[in-house]
Design a protein around this ligand. Structure first.
Ligand code: GLN
Length: 248
């Protein structure tokens, strides 16, 4: 069976609210199915990796300071990373990582951190540092072909505008902007979201969407993933959905 190869970028700097747990979940869900999952790490000033040799590239979230810290290095990787994305490598991006794949992130002091401009959106933080989108969030996504209510936790000042294809519709919480209807950004090989949590621990369908995409990429006949027992995850999520959606 094919090995699923993941590159986790800036794990030492961008890892808010358990974001690196997303890698543990992908590894676990692969292992349970007999799929080998290899996770390499890349960080600032290392040799530019062959991004195209990976199935999935992951960047977690980070505060403004960490984003500033990695911005120049990320730009250095732009061409190789864009090539991989164009070839269909999956990009999974959380919060700070999500913001930096757009045109720019403007912080509360008005300083622009340049993004890679892979996508058209851009993010601006309000001048007041007190105006942040913080709390639990529920979004409904249809990426798997049927509606899935995804739960997570958001904490961002940045307001992301210009998203043409969101990851989901906000049922509770804020999303791309304060009180917005849309959350995240989606293409068949991109999930970019404000959801920490870590997001994949709470939402098994999203992990499986990515594993399935990676395993079937380039395959003549797509194979179904073997089902796993997700009762615990689904029960936990039901508690959150009841608590948050019934409040409205
Ligand atoms: N620094 C960014 C913001 O506050 C991203 C924060 C994060 O990754 N949680 O908008």
């Amino acid at each position: 069976m094919k090995t699923l190869k993941i590159l986790h970028m800036y794990a030492d700097l961008l890892d808010l609210y358990g974001d690196s747990g997303n890698m543990e979940i992908l590894d676990y869900r692969c292992r349970m199915r007999g799929i080998t999952c290899e996770i390499d790490k890349y960080s600032v000033d290392s040799e530019i990796p062959d991004f195209s040799s990976y199935d999935l590239i992951y960047i977690g979230g980070g505060a403004d300071l960490e984003q500033q810290h990695i911005a120049a290095d990320l730009l250095r990787c732009r061409e190789a990373l864009k090539k991989a994305y164009d070839e269909g490598v999956f990009l999974f991006l959380i919060c700070g990582g999500y913001q930096l794949m757009g045109k720019y992130y403007r912080d509360a002091d008005g300083n622009d951190i340049p993004g890679l401009g892979l996508f058209d959106y851009y993010t601006i933080a309000p001048e007041s540092r007190k105006k942040r989108c913080i709390g639990n969030i529920v979004i409904r996504t249809e990426i798997t072909g049927k509606p899935v209510d995804v739960v997570g936790f958001e904490n961002h000042g940045g307001q992301t505008n210009g998203v043409k294809s969101p990851f989901g519709k906000v049922l509770y919480g804020n999303g791309n902007c304060s009180q917005s209807e849309a959350e995240g950004y989606f293409e068949k090989n991109v999930i970019a979201t404000y959801l920490h949590g870590p997001c994949l621990a709470k939402n098994p369908e999203i992990s499986d969407y990515m594993i399935s995409y990676c395993m079937n990429r380039g395959a003549d006949s797509p194979a179904e993933l073997a089902p796993l027992d997700d009762k615990l995850e689904i029960d936990c999520r039901k508690v959150m959905l009841n608590r948050l959606l019934n409040k409205k």
